[in-house]
Design a protein around this ligand. Sequence first.
Ligand SMILES: [Zn+2]
Length: 154
Amino acid sequence: MTFLERSRDPEAHKHWYGDMEASYLYSTGIAGEKFFSTLRDKGNIMGASCPKCKKVFLPPRMYCEICFSETKNWKDVGKEGKVETYSVAHVDIEGNPLDEPIVYGLIRFPRTEGGLVHVISVKPEKVKIGMKVKAKLKPKKERKGSILDIASFG
Ligand SMILES: [Zn+2]
């Protein structure tokens, strides 16, 4: 069809069928690199603290999202947090039924902004919003510098 031809099919101009290949690399950045290497090497969960407004960000950020100051101070936030919210998965990423449901949750740590999304190793009927959980780390020799260095929270 050219510009001079008149179309009476509006769908013909809204759709284009085809395949789009896309692959992405996502860098952890400076703060993420320090977070993951400290988790791997020392087993500590670190947040970044703003020197001006004293907020601690987890996951860490290079700059405070409140006052834009550089977050130069790092703080070990400990291993214990509380379940902010959760969801129970009954199928895997391919949609296949799981043998056992998996509980995923957002874990908030005391006096921090943000939190970590991770597996909560309790039965679905036992999980509660506000329940205290503790990070269970993999043995040091199995850690790879990833969020999966934390095996689960429970
Ligand atoms: Zn700040």
